[in-house]
Design a binder for this molecule. Structure first.
Ligand SMILES: [Zn+2]
Length: 150
């Protein structure tokens, strides 16, 4: 994660949550502060843009850091239902109103080749990338992964 990101506070039903980008860093509930330490799980609803769709799995990738040949991403894997219906253009759950989504069109996604990343939106191939590391909280299907050019 890049340094110097600003901390945002959001209060819902008396509980204040502090976020740094997509990451929850602390919660304040009735004066009790809990701080997230160690491996922090990003929160997908805090992610505003998708960069790539992972070929075959259709996982959504949001780049947090990259250089020429490697990148680190927030990854959102799909539910079995969303992936079997070939949802490839909806940021969160599938919307039948999204006319760009292969699931709405009833077709097989063009983002079909494993090992290839596809540009979000156009689904233009963006080269061969190999997932070198992944850490996903299964309950939320969201985590952090690393990719290297293949
Ligand atoms: Zn969809």
């Amino acid at each position: 994660m890049s340094a110097g990101k600003k901390i945002e506070a959001k209060t819902t039903r008396g509980v204040t949550t502090l976020y740094e980008g997509a990451y929850q860093v602390a919660r304040i509930n009735q004066g009790k502060v809990s701080v997230a330490i160690g491996m922090r799980i990003p929160i997908w609803s805090r992610v505003k843009t998708v960069d790539y769709v992972d070929g075959g799995t259709l996982a959504r990738l949001h780049v947090i850091d990259r250089d020429k040949n490697t990148m680190r991403v927030i990854i959102k894997t799909l539910s079995d239902k969303q992936s079997s219906m070939q949802c490839d253009a909806c940021m969160r759950s599938h919307s039948p109103h999204n006319k760009r989504c292969s699931a709405t069109l009833g077709i097989i996604s063009a983002a079909a080749a494993p090992g290839v990343l596809y540009t979000w939106g156009s689904l233009a191939p963006a080269g061969r990338w190999k997932q070198t590391d992944v850490n996903i909280a299964t309950r939320h299907k969201v985590g952090v992964a690393s990719y290297a050019r293949d």
